[in-house]
Design a protein around this ligand. Structure first.
Ligand code: TYM
Length: 342
């Protein structure tokens, strides 16, 4: 599809819309940390422009952006090794998104399940930004010529659209300019489910706080939520086949596996035959052991606002150094007078 060799580069983003969950941690952040290293350049973004596609209280947005940055660092993202910044501070994202608004088709956007879910029955009253959201997401990725994008399962359709936009741009202009990005949706917990209903995704917007574990929950709260998590009366099976039609059991096993860097099969080889009365305390202990150091470090970093702001500003500078020349080349390809090769 593309002949050009692109630098192996990871990009991913999280919305600073408040309340990081265990789903965000296992499906995204923990995997972002795993991808840091010699194989990739890593770029991680607090996507504040995406967050405002639905109403955000300004003071809360400020707080949540800093808290998310603290979360990234506490989880193990090293701002020296990875580029860490907030989206609005790199204007090239929005500039490329406009070009992509002119490449993507209305029909493509209308098919997005997240648009349909979020806009609900009253699409006429949803913001234009919410509709165009996936074009901005494509711009986030392609403004860095990113080759790999680690995300949870729920972002798969958006990444397919990113590929479609890159392909159409390359075809329309007869170039081999944007990479066809690889989604990286891997591991035991690409879709962490609600603790109250194994058919629903764990989400910060669920009205029940008992449905999720928040990265800011204390040890007692984490243990209580796991103790009260919905399960079935059967013992755990010894193999994953035995989890079929048992969504709540499957979810808790997947969470255990992801927290412990194991596969679900490995976990079941150890805990098969146990009742939930025995397994839940094991899971609670593991979750507290893994999450408490992160929440403690997040709280400490939140006391150092100036340092967080400095890290974000420095990250934005480094991000712009990559994004600006790619935007200029895009403008040049499109035929805009004044654009010169960066
Ligand atoms: P957001 O902010 O909703 O979620 C951030 C990341 O967390 C993952 N995630 C989950 N993974 C497993 N189980 C869950 N229950 C769960 N809940 C959330 C998401 O899949 C995501 O990886 N549109 C994106 C943000 C974005 C982005 C990008 C991502 C904007 N531009 C460019 C990648 C590349 C979003 O709303 O994620």
């Amino acid at each position: 599809m593309t002949e050009t060799q692109f630098t192996p580069r990871v990009f991913s983003g999280i919305q600073p819309s408040g309340g990081l969950t265990l789903g965000n941690y296992l499906g995204a952040m923990k995997r972002f940390v795993d991808m840091q290293g010699p194989d990739f350049e890593t770029i991680y973004c607090m996507v504040d422009l995406h967050a405002i596609t639905v109403w955000q209280d300004p003071a809360a947005l400020t707080h949540n952006t800093r808290e998310l940055c603290a979360g990234f660092i506490a989880a193990g993202i090293d701002p020296e090794q990875s580029i860490l910044f907030n989206q609005s501070q790199v204007p090239e994202h929005a500039q490329l998104a406009w070009i992509f608004n002119c490449v993507a088709r209305m029909g493509w956007m209308q098919r997005m399940t997240q648009w349909k879910d979020k806009a609900g029955k009253n699409q006429q009253n949803a913001s234009l930004g919410l509709f165009a959201y996936p074009a901005l997401m494509a711009a986030d990725i392609l403004i860095y010529h990113a080759t790999h994008v680690p995300v949870g399962e729920d972002q798969k359709q958006h990444l397919e659209l990113t590929r479609d936009i890159a392909i159409k741009f390359n075809n329309d202009f007869g170039v081999d300019f944007f990479p066809i990005t690889e989604p990286v949706i891997e591991g035991a917990a690409t879709r962490v489910m609600s603790l109250r209903d194994g058919s629903k995704k764990m989400s910060k917007s669920d009205p029940s706080d008992m449905s999720r574990i928040n990265m800011t929950d204390d040890a007692d709260t984490i243990a209580k939520k796991i103790r009260k998590a919905k399960t079935d009366p059967d013992a755990l099976p010894s193999e994953v086949d035995g989890l079929e039609d048992r969504p709540e059991a499957r979810n808790l096993v997947n969470v255990y596996a992801a927290l412990n860097d194991q596969t679900s099969d490995q976990v079941l080889a150890e805990v098969g035959g146990k009742q939930f009365g025995e397994f839940k305390p094991m899971l609670a202990e593991l979750a507290v052991a893994r999450l408490s150091p992160i929440s403690t470090e997040m709280a400490r970093l939140m006391g150092e606002e100036a340092e967080i702001d400095r890290i974000l500003a420095r990250g934005a500078e480094k991000a712009r150094a990559i994004a600006a020349p790619i935007l200029q080349q895009t403008y040049e390809i499109v035929g805009m007078v004044g654009a010169k090769q960066g």
